[in-house]
Design a protein around this ligand. Structure first.
Ligand code: ATP
Length: 373
């Protein structure tokens, strides 16, 4: 295989008429990285992939593979493979023929094609069914034919657009593991589009979280989860997602609190980023599992428990403080009584402050650390 490339998107933009589907994104993907483009339907993931592969021309900006622009280069000359979600396998041809088709069109020598088919079939686990018709294959095998057909062309960059979205839950998990294995063996730069956070976290070493044509954060799974750079990232990752509360800072004597009407959370001084003044509209974020039951002085907030939902080893509590509604995730043994008040705290490092207008994070990002530390 050719060496894995570094991919750079510089100010990449795509307008459809007056609508901006991809809004001047910048992204640097290192050679050998596995990157998930994660975001809700319509955020511009497929349009981004289509520009990289050459199916759409950018309105402006540049795409560089190993420092060289590929804008204007025809798709077949970019050496970039794309696997679609509907794996469009030719059902009238055997699996072998499906795999060899691309090389035959390129008039490669027969012996070379035979070797390549065997090698790729082994890699994607199809050696046993090479002479079968795709009609008798399972959906996971069909998906692997789709991937194998792309891999055989030895692309230096492999793009996968929701490759597992047509598979049932159990198969998705199995295919996820196979894709991970494939990536480890194949070792190429891989970009994977998904709207499923579990898929993104389990496959990628970096995640680009997209919304409304913009990349809100490009970071490791741990950091996008533990230190979201934008309220969109905070609310898109996690189940239940991060609690986000609108309010402002108030200072009473030396004490600092985050408040909205009668609702207030006492804040440790170290949560406050430089230059954030009182009275500015802010959003405070705390993950449900970061809330801990606390007594007396240690408590940061008092909330009324409105609902308790047992979830096996854990329970989810719905909590109310003034107009804020929060979710808390507690161990099953925690005493939680609907209607009662609960004193809670959270570690300063697990509290995020965002600008109320733009949603952008105000606390500086800390160096890499696991979210569960
Ligand atoms: P999905 O997961 O649903 O595929 P996505 O994140 O991949 O979503 P895109 O398919 O890139 O999103 O679409 C981004 C936006 O651009 C959408 O609002 C879509 O309607 C619009 N769009 C995409 N292609 C075109 C086109 N050819 N003409 C006009 N609008 C388009």
């Amino acid at each position: 295989m050719t060496a894995a490339p570094k991919l750079e998107l510089r100010g990449l933009r795509k307008d459809f008429g007056g609508f901006t589907a991809v809004d001047s994104i910048d992204l640097e993907i290192e050679a050998g990285d596995t990157v998930a483009l994660l975001g809700p339907s319509g955020c511009g993931k497929s349009t981004t992939l289509n520009m990289i592969v050459g199916l759409e021309e950018p309105t402006s900006g540049d795409i560089l593979v190993d420092g060289r622009s590929v804008v204007g280069v025809p798709p077949q000359d970019r050496n970039i493979g794309l696997v679609f979600q509907d794996y469009a396998v030719f059902t009238h041809m055997s699996v072998r023929k499906n795999l060899s088709f691309g090389l035959e069109i390129r008039r490669r020598p027969r012996a070379e094609i035979g070797r390549a088919v065997d090698e790729v079939a082994e890699l994607v686990g199809l050696s046993e069914v090479l002479d079968e018709s795709p009609r008798v294959l399972s959906s996971s095998q069909l998906q692997r034919v789709g991937i194998g057909r792309t891999l055989i062309m030895k692309p230096s960059l492999l793009l996968l657009d929701e490759p597992l979205s047509n598979l049932e839950t159990e198969l998705r998990t199995a295919m996820r593991q196979q894709l991970r294995q494939l990536q480890l063996e194949y070792g190429q730069t891989l970009i994977y589009v998904t709207h499923d956070q579990i898929e993104a976290i389990s496959l990628a070493n970096k995640i680009a979280v997209m919304s409304m044509g913009a990349i809100r954060q490009f970071d490791s799974a741990d950091r996008t989860y533990g230190q979201p750079a934008h309220t969109f990232v905070a609310s898109f990752l996690g189940s239940p997602p991060m609690n986000l509360m609108e309010g402002e800072l108030r200072r009473e004597g030396r004490a600092l609190c985050f408040a909205n009407g009668s609702a207030a959370i006492a804040l440790p001084q170290e949560v406050l980023p430089h230059g954030v003044e009182e009275g500015r509209d802010l959003v405070l974020g705390i993950r449900p599992e970061s809330l801990q039951v606390a007594a007396g002085e240690a408590a940061m907030l008092e909330a009324r428990v409105t609902l308790v939902e047992p979830m096996g080893p854990e329970k989810i509590a719905t909590l109310r403080i003034g107009n804020w509604e929060l979710k808390g995730l507690f161990a099953a043994g925690t005493r939680l009584v609907e209607g009662e008040f609960l004193s809670l705290t959270a570690q300063a490092t697990q509290i995020c402050l965002f600008d109320g207008a733009s949603g952008v994070r105000l606390n500086p990002l800390r160096p890499e650390e696991p979210a569960w530390a």
